[in-house]
Design a protein around this ligand. Structure first.
Ligand code: FAD
Length: 263
């Protein structure tokens, strides 16, 4: 895992391979890098873990714990990994610089979305591309922290856990709530902080939002809320309104939206 304790890697162009840091990738948001599917497995019944490999992943530095990236799905020319036009956003669940590999855990929700449909069928040897994303999570600086997630942000929550463990951050004041329609779309993880798993009740995010409103918050906390659009936006509204948190300490992102493609 390329965690915060590691020294920055070199920036620039190497001989015969691209070497870059996340800052370089952010400066070139439209640039794409080819990758090859090295392995596929199912760590849960409705999660495909896809391992992507490329030499440039040996020199990539991570922007942060929950860094996401654009998966540019294969295009019409299967011989050209850069021919794809359809992008979906996913999280680096793990990064192994020595092997030049990353893992991405993709929820399988049927064939209506190209991301899920691709994840259900991809095989080792498939070629595609990735493009730069960023990270929004900040580790706590002594304050209590609340993390709110659903099945699509469970990989980011787990990557946050790995990042905090690797960086030796204290985790005793972190509380996490993770909502999912069922256990089939959650991977078993060794969490470094307590995670309460909630079943889905009605619209995605409602169970987490109900739990959030019950918490005895003081306003001194920081928070991270990622998942279905309503989870993220309603959590932010509550945290900045009635709960009175500092807006600089609230990170949120809508990862998907019921009834709409997330392009
Ligand atoms: C920063 C970021 C990081 C993300 N990281 C991950 C990750 O690591 N793993 C992961 O699985 N997802 C992740 N997502 C969510 C993922 O990008 C969306 O679920 C996306 O919509 C999937 O694309 P698709 O082509 O399968 O479906 P789309 O074409 O986007 O949508 C088609 C239909 O499927 C529905 N849909 C989309 N996702 C789901 C779902 N999970 N369950 C039920 N219905 C759904 C939509 O509402 C729409 O009706 C992330 C999103 C963001 C923005």
């Amino acid at each position: 895992m390329n965690g915060p304790a590691q020294r920055p890697r070199p920036v620039g162009r190497g001989i015969g391979q691209v070497t870059y840091s996340s800052a370089v990738r952010r400066a070139n948001p439209h640039q794409q890098w080819p990758v090859t599917v090295a392995a596929v497995c199912r760590p849960a019944a409705r999660v495909a873990r896809v391992t992507l490999a490329a030499d440039h992943l040996r020199t990539m530095t991570r922007a942060g714990a929950d860094e996401y990236f654009g998966l540019v799905l294969p295009g019409p020319d299967s011989a050209d990994p850069l021919s794809g036009q359809v992008v979906r956003w996913y999280t680096y669940r793990a990064h192994r610089p020595d092997a030049g590999e990353v893992d991405v855990d993709m929820v399988l929700h049927g064939d209506e979305g190209p991301g899920s449909a691709w994840a259900a069928r991809t095989q080792p040897g498939d070629r595609l591309a990735i493009k730069a994303g960023r990270s929004i999570y900040t580790p706590p600086a002594g304050e209590p922290q609340v993390l709110l997630a659903d099945e699509t942000s469970a990989p980011a929550l787990a990557a946050i856990g790995d990042w905090l463990r690797a960086g030796d951050y204290p985790t005793d004041r972190i509380t996490a709530y993770l909502e999912a329609p069922d256990r089939d779309c959650l991977v078993e993880e060794a969490w470094p902080f307590p995670v309460t798993v909630l079943g889905r009740e009605g619209h995605p995010g409602e169970a987490v939002l109900r739990k959030l409103r019950e918490l005895p918050l003081t306003g001194a906390e920081s928070a991270w809320a990622c998942g279905e659009s309503r989870l993220a936006t309603q959590a932010r509204r509550y945290l900045l309104g009635p709960a009175n948190l500092d807006r600089r300490k609230v990170a949120f992102s809508g990862y998907w939206k019921v009834g709409q493609a997330k392009t």
